[in-house]
Design a protein around this ligand. Sequence first.
Ligand code: ADP
Ligand code: MG
Length: 511
Amino acid sequence: GMGRVALGVALGCAVVTCAISAVMVAGRVRSRRRWRRVVRVLEELEEAAATAVGRLRQVVDAMAVEMHAGLASEGGSKLKMLLTFVDNLPNGSEKGTYYALDLGGTNFRVLRVQLRGQRSDNLEHTVDRQAIPQHLMTSTSKELFDFIASSLKKFVAEEENLSELSQVKRRELGFTFSFPVRQTSVSSGILIKWTKGFAIDDMVGRDVSECLSHAMSRGGLDMRVAALINDSVGTLALGHYHDEDTVAAVIIGTGTNACYLERADAIIKCQGLLTTSGGMVVNMEWGNFWSSHLPRTSYDTDLDADSPNPNDQGFEKMISGMYLGDIVRRVILRMSQESDIFGPTSSKLFVRFILRTPLMAEMHEDDSPDLRVVAKILRDTLEISDVPLKVRKLVVKICDVVTRRAARLAAAGIVGILKKIGRDGSGGITSARVKGGSQGKMRRTVVAIEGGLYTGYGMFREYLDAAVREILGEDVAQHVILKVMEDGSGIGAALLAASHSASSVDSVQLL
Ligand code: ADP
Ligand code: MG
């Protein structure tokens, strides 16, 4: 009767309980195994992306060696070390109203700068920023330049309307075009290749200033291109305008590049280069730097292979804002495929560049205790929801590894330049110390920096600044100053347009 039924129920319950706990144990074992697999992916990433200071010093040396090689002969290095024909940097004496165009990444800027003939901490200028319509990046040169010229024309009309100043002389423009250009003079040059996702085939091999001038006359805008430069040269110009100890400039935005002031006689591939100053700004095009010492991961290899410019711009692809978010996406995708900690693999994880670097920065810098921002971005952008805290922490860690490597490599690049010009403290008394000055006192060295990745991403900036100090050591690092030059690439172009305006004479000669 009742007793047997009760016993049966009790037994049944015991069996069920056993089964449930067996399932739970198996589940825990499975989830532990899953967790171990993603941790392994993270550890492999950390190992492949490691940037111990010894490794960074190898990158420093490689950078200095490649700089020498690129200066010695055409094609002597992956570093093109391009002449800019800029031999004098602004010093504050510039005077007049000048325009500038800044094209070369995500944003496009039009500027007008008013120069008073004496150095001023607050340079009077107006800027108009807009995103470049995506389709123009891969259309025709005519479409791209007509767009630029019409934006400029509108801007000029508004500005001149506001200022109510009658136009006294022909307008002059500094054009910042941040792609590799073989300069033929300070105001003209030929596009060597596109980078950063631009691909307009009919433009390669053509004179950039001429394309702009033609578009301006088509649009009925009367303006002369007085200087054709890239963003790093503009940033160096603004840096030097404010502080004459500025000897180099670095861009860390959508892409990355650097330039510095070199002695004309050190540019061996250009024998007989005469400049009034005895120096010339060299555009390194360091985005294309490569060395076997760079800590490369399988994600970098895949990103490169999937890009429109494989085997090109290797340094840029590890460092700059266009790519960092996509490296993170690739790591998350790999983890999601190795285990189901992110749930079923979201189709969004296969979409290239869907995780933009500013979003990556937001996740990295999420300081809410439950990582709410990480959860939101995973959900809204990657369509991955209900991610446990432990996994969200893992995502933050991925961002950290990728950004830390990028920032530290950029720092090594900067120290490489300092080494090349004898400002890294290793060259002994003569090179880095004040000439004729008291022994042991090092010369002040300023590096101007611009770009949204450096200015907008706090963790990146901290890692870069710390790595420069770490590589140089405190004694030397106290004499090296990294200075942000907001809008330097554009304002610097206007400054260079002023110093190379129609009224001034060209001082560079090629014998
Ligand atoms: P460009 O002149 O090349 O268009 P910017 O100097 O304006 O570049 O920088 C824009 C790029 O910098 C963006 O594409 C992005 O990759 C990166 N960036 C901008 N702001 C941030 C931010 N807050 N966090 C991380 N990256 C950022
Ligand atoms: Mg820029």
